[in-house]
Structure formats: structure tokens, C-alpha cells
Design a protein around this ligand. Sequence first.
Ligand code: HEM
Length: 429
Amino acid sequence: MKDQLSYMTKAAEHGPIVDLPILFERYYLVRGPALIQQALTQGHTVMRKDRFTHELGRVMGQGLVTSEGDLWRRQRKLVSHAFIPRRIRTYGDAMVEAAHRSLDRWADGDVLDIHAAMAELTLDVVGRTLFDADVRGEAKEVGKALQVISDFYTDVLEKPIVPPEWWPSPSMRRFRRNAHKVDRIVRRIIEDRRQSGEDRGDLLSALLQAQDDGGGGMSDQQLRDECITLFLAGHETTSLALANTFYLLSQHPEIERQVHAEAADVLGNRRATSEDVSRLVLSERVIKESMRLYPPVYAIGRQLTEDYELGGYVVEKGVTLLFVPWVTHRHADYFNDPLRYDPDRWLPERAGALHKYAYFPFGGGPRICIGNHFAMTEAILLLSTLIREYRFELIPGQTLRLKPSVTLRPAEGLQMKLTRPGPNTAKAA
Ligand code: HEM
């Protein structure tokens, strides 16, 4: 268990569904795409989120990630108003503006920790899109506090027993302090917005306006839980996808040149907009392929609430099923030459041959990531905006080592140097 990823990869060699006794609990690793599809799309009525996901409820409350049953169903409907395509298109400008603010701070020759730089950028995006401009300073504070909270979970998940919230350790005290801070700020932002009644075009406005069939909206508590959930679920995942993309491109300079050329060609000298996303087709393939090799959410867990038949076995109530993009995405049964970084495997003529659930970085079934289109729009717009201006070169002597937590984080920062692409780079592609 010291090396979870290798352990699961080796275990998966025993078959498409494998019994994994871990400590005192029972897990079944499900790696076959057809079984994953069956469980996530049809079996969801006899499953709930796994124990670790429920631990996140200490901060997220009863938001979409952690809630279950009727409450989840109602909230999913309400929150989905904030993620309709028309709304996502309007968030594009805030995404691009955030990218330009990062560019304003950078200069030719700078060396960045790419994961920290992308985390800062996607935090800025989620702050702007969730709470618009009026509370940008506070959104930043919330972001910082949530970073402390994410780090806390990384440490906690490595321990066999999660300590209760009253535990008098320094890390638990820091956790509590930051959780209260987030709570206080988010509640105040909601209260101010309710009073002003203004539609600022951001996610919060969409959440405030959302009504169910009976005309009911969300309570302040639900709004608080959903805002914090979106903040937490929305920024680290996308930042990992982007940072890992820059790392992989630095290892594949020919592809990197082509992505630069596409950005230069589609955007010219103007700012990107959401309308460009459909034309940035190579950027999309590159990001998809990065998330195949390095899925930000590397494992998805579901605990069975009843016995369930899967793949010819009766899996007992209480067992946790693990669907592990890291394992399935890298398995030779589903991908040719699976460890090769090959964005062209996502060309329509090649991707059509893949099983729909051989690739599931956003999960699947009714609980599929509600932010998946938001995330792809964001990743494509940020990648093309940044790569048009700079090449990201890995400072030699480093490789990407991973530290699985709730997300698949880097074990340490990766230093990358920014250089302006040469005048002929675009043509060379
Ligand atoms: C590359 C970026 C992202 C990745 C890889 C990702 C991945 C995932 C995955 C795998 C799940 C399903 C978890 C499960 O079934 O247990 C999920 C759920 C969720 N994600 Fe994302 N996500 C990303 C970006 C975002 C963004 C940008 C937002 C919001 C702004 C978001 C909000 C959510 C929420 C609210 C859920 C829970 C949905 C539900 O259960 O109804 N995610 N995400």
C-alpha cells in the first residue's frame, strides 16, 4: 500500500474484477470497461459513495460530491442550471482573463513550479466564475484556506484511521480554523448576493436562481455546501490536468510545436473566446491524452448497500467497488501501446473503436462530473492562451513522481522554464 498505484496495477492483472483486502475493509477492483459501465450506469441505485468521499463532508457538507439519495437528485437538478452550455460559454471570458493575469506576472526565462502555477491559475478561474469580480480578494482567501484543507486530506488519507474532528492535534486545529474561515466568508458572500438580488452572470447567480419543479430554491446552507463543493472539486482537478499536459508536452517537443502552431493559427493576436474551443481540436486531444495517462481523479469508489451481481460474482453488501481510471486507462487490453503519449488516438476515426468506459476521467452514469464541459473548456482555453506565448521546458534531472491523495498529486514540484517560442516555431510544425 506504500505504492498504491503499482499495487492496483499488479492486482488488476488477475482479471477484470479482483478482490482486494485492504486493512479491515473489502474492496473489489473493477477494471473491465463493460463492468464499469454496468456498475456506474445501472448499479447506482444499490451503491453510495465510499467512506473516504464521505469524509470530505466535513468541509463540503451535503454538496453534490457527498450527498446521496433524494437530496442528491434534487441538488443535481438545481446545480445543473449553472452548467448549461450557454452559461459555460459565458464563463470563457473569465477563464481567459485569469490566464492573461498569469501571463502578466511571468517573463521570458522565469522558472516556475508548474503545478503551483496552474493551481494558482485555476483557483483564480473558479473564484471568478463562482463569485464574479466583487469578491475576488475573498475568493482568494477561500482558495488559500481550501488549499490547507486539501493538504490535510492528503495527510489524513495516508493514515489507516481518520481522526475525529475534535482531535487536539496541530493539523486538526489548522484544519478547523481554515474550515471555519471558508464557512464564514462563503456565507457572507451568499447573504450579500441574496440581498442585492443582482444577476452577475456567475455560478452563484445561477445557483441562486435555480428552482425545482415546485418553484423551490436552495436554502443558504445548501448554497454554502454547493459553493464550497464546486470550489474544491473544480480547481485542483483541472490544474493537475493542465500541469501534467505541460510536463508531457515538454517530453514530446514535436507535439508541443503543433499545439503552439494551432493556438497561433486559431487565435492570431487576439484573446481566445469560448467560440474558439471547437476549433482547438489538437489542444483537446492533447488534454484528453494527458488525462488518460494521468487521470486527476485516479480512483472512484462506491460502497454497496445491497448484494450486487457483477461479472458473474455476487458482491456482498458493504464491499467497496473501486473503478480506477489509472489502471483501466493504462491497460493493454483496451489501448494499443498504452504507455505511449499519443494524442492522435483521440482522432474520431481511431477513438470510435474504443469502449466508452475504457476512458472515464470524469466518472460515469448519473454521478458523472457535473463540471466536465466546464473543465474541458477551461483546460483548452488556458492551454492555448499560455502556449501561444511560451514554451514550458522541464529543467533537466526531474521526472513526474506521484502522490495519490483524493486526486493524483505530484510528489514534489516540477520546475519548468518559460521561453518565448522562436519566430519559426509555428511554421516548423
Ligand atoms: C479535469 C478536471 C476534472 C476532473 C478530472 C473531474 C473528475 C470528476 C470525477 C471522476 C467525478 C465523479 C466522482 C464519483 O463518481 O465518485 C467528478 C464529480 C464531480 N465534479 Fe468533477 N472533475 C473535474 C472538474 C470539475 C469542475 C471544473 C467542477 C466544477 C466547477 C467539478 C465538479 C464536480 C462535482 C460537483 C462532482 C459531483 C457530481 C455528482 O456527484 O453529482 N469537477 N469529477
